[in-house]
Write a protein that binds this ligand. Structure first.
Ligand code: MRU
Length: 349
């Protein structure tokens, strides 16, 4: 870590009775903590992006289901809270994966032990994501250091994929932070319209990490890549299909096209919990459409003429052929295709 760096923020924690979340809608202006005690409050926090990032919405959802059973440990409560949480956001597979795990554990334990089993399983999901983040950050940094011998290594990223978004230190941003241990790094953080996860959250984390960085408009990325000002692009992922097609924050696909045109590496980093082995390819990934106001307004102020319609897909899909490597805690897939993705999941998948 650079000399003045702070430890990665822990944006989500469980104190045994409640889920504590750093409200990411308030950053970078205010560090406000939410203390959530029921599944509905957790579902709403996920929907409004108070907690966000594929692994973290899974962890939050898991605790949300455990909270539901704390008050009423019965089958009806389990099923309704599971339904509500599972559908709070559709694109990141981590949410469905995590709440399914907690539901299965609760059902297996039976009524008398349901609540305790759900809490234990939520904590297991959290621990698993922490460990995955640590392993993939090391693997990704080693790979990037090998691919890019010259320093400073100039890395472009999109959205927020740091400790705010995952267990542990992050995925793509965690890799960048670990890469700083291999030599100087300069980070270009795309602002990430419309909700500005890059400008608000990634810049906040990079400041805490003490890493040199600059924020840029999303539309500036391709031009800088083409001019040779970027050595590699690394992003996170919300759902990776069995063939390696990758859904991530809207705007990612454009960066992948620019990286391919310029012949620089385009890496995707994420835990294997983000791989949806049941989905053959990216065409089947449900893309969340969010409210038009997120596009037509900025900080609550309208930036379009009244009544202007807007489209607001929150994610896009990058074809596997454009991804140089998929970095996970189970290893690196490169090239990214059906066989290499299956190899990450092992024989049981
Ligand atoms: O809508 P968000 O902010 O939850 O989107 C987050 C992303 O797209 C991240 O890149 C992805 O979840 C990976 S986080 C490790």
């Amino acid at each position: 870590m650079p000399p003045h760096a702070e430890a990665p923020v822990r944006a989500l924690s469980w104190d045994g009775e409640q889920l504590l979340l750093l409200d990411q809608t308030m950053l970078p202006h205010e560090e406000r903590w939410l203390a959530l005690r029921d599944a509905e409050a957790v579902a709403v926090a996920i929907e409004r992006l108070a907690v966000r990032g594929a692994p973290n919405i899974g962890i939050a959802g898991a605790y949300g289901l455990a909270l539901a059973l704390t008050g009423r440990p019965d089958l009806g409560t389990l099923e309704s809270a599971w339904e509500r949480l599972r559908h709070a956001r559709p694109t990141a597979v981590n949410l469905a994966w995590a709440v399914d795990r907690v539901r299965d554990a609760a059902l297996a334990a039976g009524p008398a032990r349901m609540a305790a089993a759900a809490r234990a399983e939520a904590q297991a999901v959290h621990a698993l994501e922490d460990a995955a983040s640590a392993a993939l950050c090391t693997a990704g940094a080693t790979l990037l250091a090998e691919l890019l011998p010259r320093t400073p290594r100039r890395i472009l990223t999109h959205c927020n994929t740091g400790a705010l978004a995952t267990g542990g230190a992050g995925s793509a941003l965690g890799v960048i932070a670990a890469l700083a241990g291999h030599g100087p790094v300069e980070v270009l953080a795309c602002e990430t319209r419309p909700l500005l996860q890059g400008a608000r959250l990634t810049a906040w984390e990079l400041g805490r990490l003490g890493l040199p960085h600059a924020v840029l408009a999303d539309g500036a990325a391709a031009g800088l890549i083409a001019r040779g000002e970027v050595d590699a692009v690394i992003v996170g992922c919300d759902r990776v299909a069995a063939n390696g097609d990758t859904a991530n924050k809207v705007g990612t696909y454009a960066h992948a096209l620019a990286a391919a045109a310029a012949g620089i590496p385009f890496l995707v980093a994420g835990p294997t919990t983000t791989i949806d082995a049941a989905l053959p390819d990216g065409a089947g990934i449900v893309i969340e459409e969010r409210a038009a106001e997120e596009v037509t307004h900025l900080g609550g102020v309208a930036i379009t003429p009244p009544g202007t319609p807007a489209r607001n897909p929150a994610f896009d899909v990058t074809p596997a052929a454009l991804v140089t490597a998929l970095v996970t805690e189970a290893g690196v897939a490169s090239p990214v295709d059906r066989a290499t993705v299956a190899a990450l999941l092992g024989p049981s998948a």
